[in-house]
Design a protein around this ligand. Structure first.
Ligand SMILES: [Mn+2]
Length: 408
């Protein structure tokens, strides 16, 4: 059978600015590519939505999108759960939730809503079997969990491939080898922790395409269909979908025809004056604009760093005039990093906050987890669940939960 993988569509991303239609347009093309290429099954490895509680504007687009697969010609395929055949229209879609869609067990995530509406099958820590022409493929799913708990949860789940069946494992986490960091809690899963003896492990979350062998298996990262955080790796790879031939497990990458380009550059200076910086900055933007081959205006991310001539501060380097010259010609993300050491840490923290664009509640949980870790409470209770109960104003349940009156 032919299996299409479409990852990290981030529907609802930037819905209030110039990029508001990009996530949907890219997802529409991704679904169309899957349908035109006669996919028998579509897999979504998480972050289908950009937010765990999408707006009604996003929902209305999402229903339009999922009608593409639902109204497509139904392939000769069966989807089975514990031996029982499941009902669906069109091309079946199997999804896991990503880190953007995590909700605690009291609340439904948006993929469960799509499942209730009959648009897809949602799995988490279980599997479904796809069957076509006497060929069976088991799709195992492990939805995104907070990174610091990911390895522990994966060990408890301990997924096993089924015999006499092809086995695909869907997951949505960071992997150490792809995101080197000094923060041990930021990434807990390494390649060596990936489940073994599956025909293919598919990971969402990391937004650039990659394929890699590891001891006991093969990893596929389809990458996202849209640039969200402007990472350097994303400027080097195209966005698209992956088609898998389940007989051979060979994969093919199909790029989206319309995609916004991302240009990324770090420019270093040594005891520089503002004029020199501004002229290099302007030159770089001009050269990126001339390289752009897409109909869409590009994303340009430039990091200016190094040292300034004596007596100058970061405030003396005013980039506004140059940026105004190029207004409407690109979407910019510019970092000035000429700060002295004493300011560096604080600025870095603010920048990280800004970059991750986390919701207020996600930041709240992180702060709470961080502060608790420095007290005797540490991990005495499930902070995320408690916070979410409070955020939804389910105070009685939150108190019961703290008093442990509630059954676990
Ligand atoms: Mn993502």
């Amino acid at each position: 059978m032919k299996i299409a993988v479409i990852s990290d569509t981030h529907l609802g991303f930037s819905e209030k600015n110039a990029r508001k239609d990009e996530a949907l347009n890219n997802a529409l093309e991704a679904f169309s590519l899957a349908i035109e290429n006669n996919a028998d099954l579509i897999l979504l490895p998480g972050d289908v939505f950009d937010s765990k509680i999408p707006s009604l504007e996003t929902w209305s687009k999402v229903f339009y999108l999922f009608n593409l697969s639902r109204k497509a010609k139904k392939p000769e395929i069966k989807i089975l759960q514990e031996g029982r055949e499941l009902d669906f229209d069109g091309i079946p879609v199997i999804a896991i939730h990503g880190t953007h869609e995590i909700r605690t067990k009291d609340f439904r995530n948006p993929l469960e809503v799509l499942q209730s509406a009959g648009f897809l099958f949602y799995i988490h820590a279980n599997y479904l079997i796809a069957e076509k022409d006497s060929e069976k493929v088991a799709i195992h799913g492990f939805g995104g969990v907070p990174e610091q708990k990911a390895l522990d949860v994966l060990k408890v789940y301990n997924p096993q491939p089924l015999p006499d069946t092809k086995n695909i494992f869907l997951m949505h986490q960071s992997i150490k080898e792809f995101l080197p960091t000094d923060d041990e809690m930021a990434v807990t899963i390494s390649m060596s922790n990936l489940p073994k003896d599956f025909d293919l492990v598919i990971n969402g979350h990391l937004h650039w395409f990659a394929e890699k062998l590891f001891e006991g298996g093969r990893l596929l990262m389809p990458g996202s269909t849209i640039v969200t955080q402007m990472k350097k790796f994303e400027s080097e790879k195209q966005k698209g979908i992956v088609l898998i031939n389940s007989l051979t497990m060979l994969t093919a990458f199909l790029p989206l025809s319309k995609q916004r380009k991302l240009f990324y550059e770090k420019i270093s200076f040594n005891e520089a004056f503002p004029d020199e910086i501004l002229s290099k900055f302007r030159e770089k933007i001009q050269s990126f604009l001339s390289e752009n081959s897409s109909d869409l205006i590009p994303l340009i991310r430039i990091r200016l760093k190094g040292t300034l001539a004596k007596g100058l501060t970061q405030a003396d380097v005013d980039l506004q005039k140059v940026l105004q010259e190029f207004e409407g010609k690109a979407i910019f993300s510019i970092q000035k990093d000429f700060s002295s050491d004493s300011f560096k840490k604080k600025i870095q923290e603010l920048r990280e906050l800004h970059k991750t664009k986390k919701s207020v509640s996600a930041l709240g949980i992180e702060l709470l987890v961080k502060n608790l870790s420095e007290t005797a409470f540490d991990s005495a209770f499930d902070v995320r669940r408690f916070f979410e109960l409070l955020a939804e104003e389910d105070v009685d349940k939150a108190i019961a939960f703290l008093e442990k009156k509630e059954e676990k």
